[in-house]
Design a protein around this ligand. Structure first.
Ligand code: OSB
Ligand code: MG
Length: 366
Protein backbone atom coordinates (compact mmCIF):
# COMPACT_ATOMS: atom_id res chain seq x y z
CA UNK A 1 0.00 0.00 0.00
CA UNK A 2 1.46 3.31 -1.05
CA UNK A 3 0.01 6.02 1.17
CA UNK A 4 -0.92 8.91 -1.07
CA UNK A 5 -3.35 11.01 0.90
CA UNK A 6 -4.14 11.58 4.59
CA UNK A 7 -6.99 13.69 5.97
CA UNK A 8 -7.01 14.81 9.61
CA UNK A 9 -10.33 15.83 11.15
CA UNK A 10 -10.79 17.43 14.53
CA UNK A 11 -14.23 17.13 16.05
CA UNK A 12 -16.19 17.05 19.28
CA UNK A 13 -19.24 15.14 20.48
CA UNK A 14 -21.25 16.03 23.58
CA UNK A 15 -21.85 13.18 26.01
CA UNK A 16 -25.51 12.38 26.75
CA UNK A 17 -24.60 12.84 30.40
CA UNK A 18 -21.25 13.80 31.99
CA UNK A 19 -18.83 11.02 32.96
CA UNK A 20 -16.79 11.52 36.17
CA UNK A 21 -13.67 9.80 37.45
CA UNK A 22 -11.35 10.82 40.25
CA UNK A 23 -9.54 12.96 37.65
CA UNK A 24 -12.57 15.08 36.80
CA UNK A 25 -15.61 15.18 34.53
CA UNK A 26 -15.89 14.74 30.76
CA UNK A 27 -18.84 16.60 29.17
CA UNK A 28 -17.64 17.13 25.61
CA UNK A 29 -15.34 14.67 23.91
CA UNK A 30 -12.89 16.25 21.49
CA UNK A 31 -10.96 13.81 19.27
CA UNK A 32 -9.20 13.37 15.92
CA UNK A 33 -10.08 11.12 13.02
CA UNK A 34 -7.57 10.09 10.35
CA UNK A 35 -8.56 8.98 6.88
CA UNK A 36 -5.74 7.31 4.99
CA UNK A 37 -5.88 6.60 1.24
CA UNK A 38 -3.55 4.49 -0.91
CA UNK A 39 -2.66 4.58 -4.61
CA UNK A 40 -5.72 2.49 -5.53
CA UNK A 41 -8.15 4.84 -3.77
CA UNK A 42 -8.80 2.36 -0.92
CA UNK A 43 -9.29 4.10 2.46
CA UNK A 44 -8.79 3.27 6.13
CA UNK A 45 -10.01 5.13 9.23
CA UNK A 46 -8.35 5.61 12.60
CA UNK A 47 -9.26 7.58 15.72
CA UNK A 48 -6.95 9.41 18.07
CA UNK A 49 -8.31 8.83 21.61
CA UNK A 50 -6.29 11.42 23.55
CA UNK A 51 -8.36 13.80 25.67
CA UNK A 52 -8.32 17.62 25.50
CA UNK A 53 -6.36 17.82 28.78
CA UNK A 54 -3.57 15.57 30.16
CA UNK A 55 -5.55 14.12 33.10
CA UNK A 56 -5.34 10.46 32.09
CA UNK A 57 -2.27 10.40 29.83
CA UNK A 58 0.45 12.94 29.07
CA UNK A 59 -0.79 13.25 25.50
CA UNK A 60 -3.63 15.57 24.52
CA UNK A 61 -5.58 16.26 21.33
CA UNK A 62 -3.21 19.20 20.70
CA UNK A 63 0.03 17.25 21.24
CA UNK A 64 -1.28 14.46 19.00
CA UNK A 65 -2.26 16.90 16.27
CA UNK A 66 1.22 18.42 16.52
CA UNK A 67 3.05 15.08 16.35
CA UNK A 68 0.85 13.92 13.48
CA UNK A 69 1.12 17.09 11.40
CA UNK A 70 4.81 17.77 11.88
CA UNK A 71 6.32 14.30 12.04
CA UNK A 72 4.15 11.22 11.54
CA UNK A 73 1.96 12.27 8.58
CA UNK A 74 4.80 13.85 6.53
CA UNK A 75 6.82 10.66 7.14
CA UNK A 76 4.01 8.29 6.14
CA UNK A 77 2.87 10.20 3.06
CA UNK A 78 4.33 8.63 -0.07
CA UNK A 79 5.64 5.56 1.88
CA UNK A 80 4.98 2.01 0.82
CA UNK A 81 3.68 -0.06 3.72
CA UNK A 82 3.60 -3.80 3.07
CA UNK A 83 1.91 -4.77 6.34
CA UNK A 84 0.46 -2.64 9.18
CA UNK A 85 2.48 -4.71 11.67
CA UNK A 86 5.39 -2.53 10.55
CA UNK A 87 4.04 0.61 12.25
CA UNK A 88 5.87 0.15 15.58
CA UNK A 89 9.22 0.03 13.79
CA UNK A 90 8.21 2.58 11.18
CA UNK A 91 7.24 5.20 13.78
CA UNK A 92 10.15 4.48 16.13
CA UNK A 93 11.92 7.66 14.93
CA UNK A 94 9.43 9.52 17.20
CA UNK A 95 9.79 8.91 20.97
CA UNK A 96 6.54 8.41 22.88
CA UNK A 97 3.43 9.97 21.30
CA UNK A 98 1.79 6.53 21.35
CA UNK A 99 -1.74 7.87 20.96
CA UNK A 100 -0.79 9.90 17.89
CA UNK A 101 0.97 6.86 16.41
CA UNK A 102 -2.02 4.63 17.24
CA UNK A 103 -4.40 6.71 15.12
CA UNK A 104 -2.35 5.97 11.99
CA UNK A 105 -1.72 2.34 12.96
CA UNK A 106 -5.49 1.84 13.31
CA UNK A 107 -6.19 3.48 9.94
CA UNK A 108 -3.55 1.31 8.25
CA UNK A 109 -5.08 -1.88 9.71
CA UNK A 110 -8.54 -0.90 8.42
CA UNK A 111 -7.06 -0.11 5.01
CA UNK A 112 -5.11 -3.38 4.91
CA UNK A 113 -8.18 -5.47 5.84
CA UNK A 114 -10.31 -3.66 3.25
CA UNK A 115 -7.72 -4.39 0.56
CA UNK A 116 -7.77 -8.07 1.49
CA UNK A 117 -11.58 -7.92 1.38
CA UNK A 118 -11.67 -9.44 4.86
CA UNK A 119 -13.15 -8.31 8.18
CA UNK A 120 -10.55 -6.69 10.44
CA UNK A 121 -11.32 -9.15 13.26
CA UNK A 122 -10.40 -12.10 11.02
CA UNK A 123 -7.25 -10.38 9.74
CA UNK A 124 -6.12 -9.90 13.35
CA UNK A 125 -6.74 -13.58 14.12
CA UNK A 126 -10.15 -13.19 15.76
CA UNK A 127 -12.41 -16.21 16.09
CA UNK A 128 -15.52 -14.95 17.93
CA UNK A 129 -18.64 -13.98 15.96
CA UNK A 130 -19.92 -11.83 18.83
CA UNK A 131 -18.32 -10.30 21.91
CA UNK A 132 -19.69 -9.69 25.41
CA UNK A 133 -20.26 -6.08 26.29
CA UNK A 134 -19.35 -4.33 29.52
CA UNK A 135 -20.14 -0.84 30.75
CA UNK A 136 -18.33 1.69 32.94
CA UNK A 137 -20.28 3.69 35.53
CA UNK A 138 -18.83 7.10 36.42
CA UNK A 139 -18.68 8.57 39.90
CA UNK A 140 -21.86 10.28 40.96
CA UNK A 141 -24.35 10.14 43.85
CA UNK A 142 -25.35 6.64 44.97
CA UNK A 143 -28.93 6.97 43.77
CA UNK A 144 -27.92 7.90 40.18
CA UNK A 145 -25.27 5.16 40.05
CA UNK A 146 -27.78 2.53 41.11
CA UNK A 147 -30.28 3.84 38.55
CA UNK A 148 -27.69 3.63 35.74
CA UNK A 149 -26.67 0.11 36.77
CA UNK A 150 -30.31 -0.92 36.75
CA UNK A 151 -30.74 0.48 33.24
CA UNK A 152 -27.66 -1.37 31.92
CA UNK A 153 -28.64 -4.60 33.70
CA UNK A 154 -31.94 -4.41 31.79
CA UNK A 155 -30.00 -3.80 28.55
CA UNK A 156 -28.17 -7.09 29.21
CA UNK A 157 -24.61 -5.82 29.84
CA UNK A 158 -22.29 -8.60 31.00
CA UNK A 159 -19.84 -6.72 33.24
CA UNK A 160 -20.12 -3.57 35.36
CA UNK A 161 -17.16 -1.39 36.17
CA UNK A 162 -17.63 1.14 38.95
CA UNK A 163 -15.30 4.11 39.20
CA UNK A 164 -14.04 4.60 42.75
CA UNK A 165 -11.82 7.10 44.57
CA UNK A 166 -10.88 7.63 48.24
CA UNK A 167 -14.03 8.47 50.18
CA UNK A 168 -16.22 7.00 47.45
CA UNK A 169 -15.42 3.30 47.52
CA UNK A 170 -16.31 0.57 50.03
CA UNK A 171 -19.71 1.89 51.12
CA UNK A 172 -20.90 2.57 47.55
CA UNK A 173 -19.70 -0.83 46.32
CA UNK A 174 -21.29 -2.58 49.32
CA UNK A 175 -24.62 -0.92 48.59
CA UNK A 176 -24.37 -1.96 44.91
CA UNK A 177 -23.55 -5.56 45.94
CA UNK A 178 -26.59 -5.60 48.26
CA UNK A 179 -28.88 -4.19 45.58
CA UNK A 180 -27.53 -6.45 42.78
CA UNK A 181 -26.17 -9.59 44.48
CA UNK A 182 -25.10 -11.53 41.37
CA UNK A 183 -23.72 -8.66 39.33
CA UNK A 184 -20.37 -9.25 37.55
CA UNK A 185 -18.85 -6.28 39.32
CA UNK A 186 -15.40 -4.68 39.35
CA UNK A 187 -13.95 -1.37 40.55
CA UNK A 188 -11.62 1.03 38.72
CA UNK A 189 -9.54 3.17 41.10
CA UNK A 190 -7.69 5.11 38.38
CA UNK A 191 -4.48 5.17 40.42
CA UNK A 192 -6.07 7.01 43.34
CA UNK A 193 -4.68 4.96 46.28
CA UNK A 194 -1.27 4.50 47.91
CA UNK A 195 0.30 1.86 50.13
CA UNK A 196 -0.99 3.73 53.18
CA UNK A 197 -4.53 2.74 52.12
CA UNK A 198 -3.90 -0.97 52.80
CA UNK A 199 -6.75 -1.43 55.26
CA UNK A 200 -9.25 0.09 52.83
CA UNK A 201 -7.98 -2.14 50.01
CA UNK A 202 -8.30 -5.19 52.28
CA UNK A 203 -11.86 -4.10 53.00
CA UNK A 204 -12.58 -4.05 49.26
CA UNK A 205 -11.15 -7.57 49.12
CA UNK A 206 -14.14 -8.84 51.16
CA UNK A 207 -16.60 -7.84 48.40
CA UNK A 208 -15.65 -10.65 45.98
CA UNK A 209 -15.17 -8.27 43.08
CA UNK A 210 -14.12 -9.69 39.68
CA UNK A 211 -11.06 -7.45 39.94
CA UNK A 212 -9.73 -4.09 41.14
CA UNK A 213 -8.34 -1.97 38.31
CA UNK A 214 -5.25 0.20 38.81
CA UNK A 215 -5.26 0.93 42.56
CA UNK A 216 -1.80 2.59 42.53
CA UNK A 217 0.17 4.88 40.21
CA UNK A 218 1.17 3.77 36.73
CA UNK A 219 4.86 3.22 37.52
CA UNK A 220 4.23 1.25 40.73
CA UNK A 221 4.87 -2.29 39.46
CA UNK A 222 6.59 -3.29 42.71
CA UNK A 223 3.86 -1.85 44.96
CA UNK A 224 1.18 -3.60 42.91
CA UNK A 225 2.99 -6.92 43.25
CA UNK A 226 3.19 -6.44 47.04
CA UNK A 227 -0.53 -5.66 47.09
CA UNK A 228 -1.40 -8.64 44.89
CA UNK A 229 0.34 -10.93 47.42
CA UNK A 230 -2.11 -9.75 50.08
CA UNK A 231 -5.35 -9.55 48.06
CA UNK A 232 -7.36 -12.51 46.83
CA UNK A 233 -9.16 -10.19 44.38
CA UNK A 234 -7.21 -10.04 41.10
CA UNK A 235 -5.54 -6.73 40.35
CA UNK A 236 -5.91 -5.57 36.78
CA UNK A 237 -3.57 -2.94 35.35
CA UNK A 238 -4.70 -0.22 32.94
CA UNK A 239 -2.64 3.01 33.19
CA UNK A 240 0.54 0.93 33.80
CA UNK A 241 0.20 -0.96 30.51
CA UNK A 242 1.58 1.57 28.06
CA UNK A 243 3.55 -0.88 25.88
CA UNK A 244 4.40 -4.52 25.26
CA UNK A 245 7.45 -4.10 27.51
CA UNK A 246 5.31 -2.84 30.40
CA UNK A 247 2.90 -5.75 29.94
CA UNK A 248 5.87 -8.13 30.18
CA UNK A 249 7.06 -6.32 33.31
CA UNK A 250 3.61 -6.64 34.94
CA UNK A 251 3.51 -10.36 34.13
CA UNK A 252 7.04 -11.12 35.36
CA UNK A 253 6.71 -9.02 38.54
CA UNK A 254 3.28 -10.55 39.26
CA UNK A 255 1.97 -7.00 39.65
CA UNK A 256 -1.49 -8.14 38.53
CA UNK A 257 -3.43 -11.16 37.29
CA UNK A 258 -5.32 -9.47 34.45
CA UNK A 259 -4.31 -6.92 31.79
CA UNK A 260 -6.27 -4.19 30.01
CA UNK A 261 -5.42 -3.49 26.38
CA UNK A 262 -6.29 -0.09 24.94
CA UNK A 263 -5.08 -0.03 21.32
CA UNK A 264 -5.65 3.72 20.98
CA UNK A 265 -3.42 4.43 23.99
CA UNK A 266 -0.52 2.01 23.46
CA UNK A 267 0.35 2.69 19.81
CA UNK A 268 -2.37 0.77 18.02
CA UNK A 269 -3.32 -2.77 17.09
CA UNK A 270 0.25 -3.84 16.29
CA UNK A 271 1.48 -3.66 19.92
CA UNK A 272 -1.94 -4.94 21.07
CA UNK A 273 -1.36 -8.15 19.07
CA UNK A 274 2.04 -8.58 20.72
CA UNK A 275 0.49 -8.21 24.19
CA UNK A 276 -2.15 -10.75 23.17
CA UNK A 277 0.55 -13.23 22.21
CA UNK A 278 2.41 -12.63 25.47
CA UNK A 279 -0.75 -13.00 27.56
CA UNK A 280 -1.68 -16.31 25.89
CA UNK A 281 1.79 -17.63 26.59
CA UNK A 282 1.61 -16.66 30.28
CA UNK A 283 -2.10 -17.50 30.75
CA UNK A 284 -3.05 -13.93 31.62
CA UNK A 285 -6.66 -13.03 30.80
CA UNK A 286 -7.22 -9.85 28.79
CA UNK A 287 -9.98 -7.37 28.11
CA UNK A 288 -10.26 -4.36 25.82
CA UNK A 289 -10.49 -1.03 27.66
CA UNK A 290 -12.53 1.99 26.60
CA UNK A 291 -11.62 5.64 26.16
CA UNK A 292 -15.11 7.19 25.79
CA UNK A 293 -14.46 6.90 22.10
CA UNK A 294 -16.46 7.26 18.91
CA UNK A 295 -17.59 4.38 16.73
CA UNK A 296 -14.32 4.35 14.78
CA UNK A 297 -12.15 3.35 17.74
CA UNK A 298 -15.01 1.26 19.13
CA UNK A 299 -15.05 -0.73 15.85
CA UNK A 300 -11.30 -1.42 16.14
CA UNK A 301 -11.91 -2.52 19.74
CA UNK A 302 -14.67 -4.92 18.69
CA UNK A 303 -12.34 -6.52 16.11
CA UNK A 304 -9.55 -6.91 18.70
CA UNK A 305 -11.90 -8.32 21.35
CA UNK A 306 -12.80 -11.17 18.95
CA UNK A 307 -9.32 -12.69 19.52
CA UNK A 308 -9.19 -15.78 21.77
CA UNK A 309 -7.14 -14.18 24.58
CA UNK A 310 -9.86 -11.62 25.32
CA UNK A 311 -11.81 -13.78 27.73
CA UNK A 312 -13.31 -11.04 29.93
CA UNK A 313 -15.98 -8.55 28.75
CA UNK A 314 -14.31 -5.16 28.28
CA UNK A 315 -15.49 -1.54 28.27
CA UNK A 316 -17.00 -1.86 24.79
CA UNK A 317 -20.50 -0.50 25.22
CA UNK A 318 -23.00 0.55 22.53
CA UNK A 319 -22.64 3.89 20.73
CA UNK A 320 -25.75 5.08 22.57
CA UNK A 321 -24.01 4.65 25.95
CA UNK A 322 -22.41 8.05 25.36
CA UNK A 323 -23.65 9.51 22.04
CA UNK A 324 -26.92 10.77 20.60
CA UNK A 325 -25.44 10.28 17.13
CA UNK A 326 -22.19 8.44 16.42
CA UNK A 327 -19.82 9.01 13.49
CA UNK A 328 -20.55 5.49 12.22
CA UNK A 329 -23.89 4.96 10.49
CA UNK A 330 -26.48 3.15 12.64
CA UNK A 331 -23.97 3.16 15.52
CA UNK A 332 -22.65 0.11 17.34
CA UNK A 333 -25.44 -1.89 18.88
CA UNK A 334 -25.56 -4.09 21.97
CA UNK A 335 -28.21 -6.74 21.89
CA UNK A 336 -28.72 -9.07 24.83
CA UNK A 337 -25.33 -7.94 26.15
CA UNK A 338 -23.45 -8.78 22.96
CA UNK A 339 -21.99 -6.92 19.98
CA UNK A 340 -21.80 -8.76 16.70
CA UNK A 341 -18.34 -8.85 15.16
CA UNK A 342 -18.89 -7.55 11.60
CA UNK A 343 -18.43 -9.86 8.65
CA UNK A 344 -17.95 -7.03 6.12
CA UNK A 345 -14.42 -6.08 5.10
CA UNK A 346 -12.28 -3.72 7.20
CA UNK A 347 -13.93 -2.14 10.25
CA UNK A 348 -17.27 -3.35 8.96
CA UNK A 349 -19.12 -0.25 10.15
CA UNK A 350 -19.91 2.52 7.68
CA UNK A 351 -18.39 5.89 8.40
CA UNK A 352 -20.89 8.74 8.31
CA UNK A 353 -18.74 11.17 6.29
CA UNK A 354 -21.45 13.81 5.71
CA UNK A 355 -21.97 13.99 9.50
CA UNK A 356 -18.21 14.19 10.10
CA UNK A 357 -17.91 16.99 7.53
CA UNK A 358 -20.80 18.79 9.17
CA UNK A 359 -19.41 18.75 12.73
CA UNK A 360 -15.63 18.85 12.07
CA UNK A 361 -14.01 21.98 13.49
CA UNK A 362 -10.95 21.29 11.38
CA UNK A 363 -10.25 19.27 8.22
CA UNK A 364 -6.73 19.24 6.84
CA UNK A 365 -5.55 17.29 3.84
CA UNK A 366 -1.97 16.14 3.38
O1 OSB B 1 -9.67 4.26 33.30
O2 OSB B 1 -10.61 2.92 31.99
C1 OSB B 1 -10.39 4.07 32.34
C2 OSB B 1 -12.52 6.53 30.38
C3 OSB B 1 -11.58 7.48 30.08
C4 OSB B 1 -10.30 7.32 30.51
C5 OSB B 1 -9.95 6.22 31.27
C6 OSB B 1 -10.88 5.25 31.58
C7 OSB B 1 -12.21 5.43 31.13
C8 OSB B 1 -13.28 4.51 31.43
C9 OSB B 1 -14.51 4.55 30.56
O3 OSB B 1 -13.28 3.78 32.37
C10 OSB B 1 -14.49 3.51 29.53
C11 OSB B 1 -15.51 3.70 28.45
O4 OSB B 1 -16.70 3.49 28.69
O5 OSB B 1 -15.13 4.05 27.32
MG1 MG C 1 -9.12 2.26 33.90
Amino acid sequence: MKIENIILYRLSLSLKSPFSTKYGTVKDREFLLLKVKDETGAVGWGECVAFDAPWYTEETVDTCEYALKHFLIPFLKGKKVTHPRETTKLFSFVQGHSMAKASLDLALWDLYAKKLGKPLGKVLGGTASKISSGVAIGISDEESMIQSIDRYVKAGYKRFKIKIKPGHDYEVLKKICQQFPDLPLMADANASYTFTDMSLLEQLDTLNLMMIEQPFGKDEFFQHSELQKVLKTPICLDESITSVEKAYQAIQFKSCKILVVKPGRIGGLSPSLQIHELALKHHFPLWVGGMIESGVSRAHNVALASLPGFTIPGDISASDRYWRRDVVKKGIKVSDGHIEVPSESGLGFFIDEPFIDQIATKKEEF
